[in-house]
Write a protein that binds this ligand. Sequence first.
Ligand code: AMP
Ligand code: MG
Length: 420
Amino acid sequence: MAENMIALETARSIVLEHVEPTEVETVEAWRAVGLPLAEDAVTDIDLSPFANSAMDGYAVRSADLAGAGPESPVALEVIGHEAAGHVFSETVGAGQAVRIMTGAPVPAGADAVVKYEIVEVEGGDGNEGSRAVFRAPAPAGDNVRAAGLEAHAGEAVMRAGEVVSAAGAGLLASAGCSTVAVRRAPRVGIISLGTEIVSPDTVPAFGQIRDANASALMASALAAGAEPRFLGIAPDDEESICKLVLEAVASCDFVITSGGASAGDYDYVGALVRREGEMLFDRISLRPGKAITFGMLRGVPFLGLSGNPAAAYVGFEMLARPAIRAMRGYSDLARPVQMVRVEHDVPKRQERRFYNRARVERDEATGELAVREAHSQNSALLGTLHHANCLLMVPEGLTGYTAGDEVPCVRIDIDEGTVL
Ligand code: AMP
Ligand code: MG
């Protein structure tokens, strides 16, 4: 590896060593969807709190129906009913049954429920005063959901670190956890560097470029779980850059710049970090985006990405996204990697690690997954990235792949977990 160039994994560990989880805050349970809990969520009651019916039907004593059969029907006296908000509070005695709705508490004395469809009703409408006739036994526990099936009072229904799903928000509500503890979204400051860069709401003059990176990085930061803040564009002069970046570290938990990093130009960003803070690395074995600066400025992690839109995107994905997720308390920091057969040769001419924009798709004819390379790997093209759903990885030490190889694809369209 070239001098000063460190492996991506080393760079990622350095970044992760320099971020800390944000403080814990309390939010409504449903707002925690997609977030990891910061503390165990404990139920204050049994779930469910009482044994209840899994069917609309009749609550019975299984012993009463032991002898019931097609030729030996058993008739029970219906002594009451259970409906929403109407609880039958007496005890079911021998020869008696209670009309019951799904989810209603199984009354004392009864130990099974027989579904309505297989019960014949005599002498009434099926409620009090009628007789219910059964032609099959009902084993104890039949169609009864036991109390505490899901959890007992005092038990955790969700552990710290577990990511809340939509169904999970419902479970938390059942457990009385209408609010839960999560980590606050880290404030991530985004700055664009370059004398040629202009705001997207202006029409660029000849030689000017609209600021695409700020929007892409703000969106990436938001999707990663941060609260992004755009802090402006600074021209390529040391004083303006220094002023904006130092303002940013005063108000943010993590600061990201793009631009001002290409080899050949004066390295304003590197100079700033060396002068005002601690430089931790400035070259990574990575393409696109080898010129990535990371350091600490006034105690705040600072990441300087190259200006090429694809380089900025890949640099964010590989370093900033895991850092933001660590700050938010996720244990799974990386995107899933999937092995997929590549349809074309993928040459690599440099020793550096490559991440090629590509798409994993199911081949209509064979039904198998295939990875197709994007038409262009030109790092100025954001459209290519917009259509990509993966970054096809070619590691150091390989000169590329040949069509038919199984290759690792980082699924940039999936937040975490395993691709099935
Ligand atoms: P630099 O890292 O400043 O050398 O930038 C590399 C390339 O990316 C140049 O062509 C820049 O014009 C372009 N670039 C830099 N910043 C941005 C930005 N914020 N939006 C779009 N393109 C950019
Ligand atoms: Mg520049």
